[in-house]
Design a protein. Structure first.
Length: 117
């Protein structure tokens, strides 16, 4: 089975006051439990804000380490789930379930298989 990344695209800053975070967390945890029960779940986790990121890059033979996210943007990955699915249609269904639970965009992306890498 192929593995897929479900990336949660979160806006920078605190959640809007209208968002009931306790409900969002409960709903997201319910989807994760469903993934586990279905045998689709591989891994999931929430990330600290992008401001906590450190970027390591090679530049002209020197290793540079800088604070902050790699890309300046108004959204960053706030969390992720890695799932197993037989095809993209099934992975997209999990993405839809997660988007219903977490009212944020969910990017569904397949991992490269070893022969593709």
């Amino acid at each position: 089975m192929k593995q897929y990344l479900l990336a949660i695209n979160q806006p920078d800053g605190p959640p809007p006051p209208s968002l009931d975070m306790e409900k969002v967390i409960a709903d997201a945890n319910a989807v994760i439990r469903e993934m586990k029960a279905a045998g689709a779940w591989v891994f999931n986790g929430a990330l600290h804000p992008a401001t906590t990121a450190t970027v390591v890059r090679l530049d002209a033979g020197e290793m540079l380490i800088t604070d902050g996210p790699y890309a300046e943007g108004k959204e960053h990955i706030g969390g992720l789930a890695v799932i197993k699915a037989p095809d993209l249609d099934v992975a997209l269904e999990w993405g839809r379930k997660l988007a219903r639970a977490i009212p944020l965009p969910i990017e569904v992306r397949p991992f490269q298989e070893e022969a593709e890498a």
